[in-house]
Design a binder for this molecule. Structure first.
Ligand code: F6P
Length: 323
């Protein structure tokens, strides 16, 4: 074990996700266990630039494993995205004698952590914190499982009213570039269709299907759309126009980002937090940690962003077969 790292900073960055607190707890308590000092950096990279840093002890992370959001708060920092911002961030870390940085965040946060390491030699480790599940090197990202469960809870309720009132519902879920949540939710809800950014969608075919189904007595549909693939309101209005069936829409939005983290998210975060500290203690920097096939998996931060799920077509086929 290298003794170069004595003090670790931790921050959460970008969109929050349930389970981030469990990651903070794990990094803090596991690090303290090995005699490290832990510094909590508030409001992501923006708080780092503003020197908004608090010392953390065992008690700082009491009773947070079950809480959504992030006690460190989070932000998307424009100032940090510049070269000047990264230089300043490295200086603030140096001034606070923070030897290494754990960043819990998504795509953009990973790119920032990667550049901090490349440009200024700051030992960084990334933990996949985003509900979108769109990062490489891990089967799941922190928050995704909870977001899926949260969306499902609402969609199950929507199905009750859709069936009772014989309506079509278009439900918009989160995911700007990633249709992962939409696809998983559609499969788990038994939805009739799903529209995602990763694959072209044939609206005419959907309208035909609804018309045909209706002739045979099918009276309610649930159609899931990822926010980056289309607007639920427009899709619903077009269905009403083209098919003549009463269609309503629901935008689930940020409710999917909050709430009590699922067991899966808490466990993922807990394992990843400890793994991040292990890497730093072993002198391994500039990496992203994930879990692949139930084993801790480490990839270069610069290769970890932008995962495209390759089996979306297959999942779509399955959805349609089971509808
Ligand atoms: O990246 C997570 C995410 O929730 C995306 O699914 C969504 O497109 C985006 O954040 C929303 O960002 P904001 O909270 O800034 O509106």
């Amino acid at each position: 074990m290298s003794n170069k790292i004595k003090k670790i900073g931790i921050l959460t960055s970008g969109g929050d996700g349930p389970g981030m607190n469990a990651a903070i707890r794990s990094v803090a308590r596991y690090g303290l266990h090995f005699g490290l000092e832990i510094a909590g950096i508030m409001r992501g990279y923006q708080g780092l630039l503003e020197d908004d840093i608090v010392p953390m002890n065992h008690r700082s992370v009491s009773n947070i494993i079950n809480r959504g959001g992030t006690i460190l708060k989070t932000a998307r920092s424009k100032d940090f995205s510049t070269d000047e911002g990264k230089k300043k961030a490295a200086e603030v870390l140096h001034r606070n004698q923070i030897d290494a940085l754990v960043v819990v965040g998504g795509d953009g946060s990973y790119r920032g952590a990667s550049r901090l390491y490349e440009l200024h030699g700051v030992p960084t480790i990334g933990l996949p914190g985003t509900i979108d599940n769109d990062l490489n090197g891990t089967d799941q990202t922190i928050g995704c499982s909870t977001a899926i469960n949260t969306a499902l809870e609402s969609i199950d309720k929507i199905r009750d009213t859709a069936q009772s009132m014989e309506r079509i519902f278009v439900v918009e879920v989160m995911g700007n570039k990633s249709g992962y949540i939409a696809m998983e939710v559609a499969l788990a809800a038994g939805a009739e269709d799903v529209i995602i950014p990763e694959r072209p969608f044939d609206y005419e075919a959907m309208h035909d299907e609804a018309r045909e189904g209706n002739k045979k007595g099918k009276v309610s549909w649930i159609i899931i759309v990822a926010e980056g693939a289309g607007k639920a309101q427009t899709i619903a209005e077009n269905i009403t126009k083209a098919v003549g069936l009463e269609t309503r829409y629901v935008v689930l939005g940020h409710v999917q980002r909050g709430g009590t983290p699922s067991g899966q998210d808490r466990i993922l975060s807990t394992r990843l937090g400890a793994a991040a500290v292990d890497l730093l203690l072993n002198g391994v920097y500039g990496k992203a940690v994930g879990v692949l096939q139930d084993k801790i998996n480490v990839v270069d931060l610069k290769d970890a962003s932008r995962r495209i799920h390759e089996d979306m077509d297959r999942r779509y086929q399955l959805l349609k077969i089971l509808t």
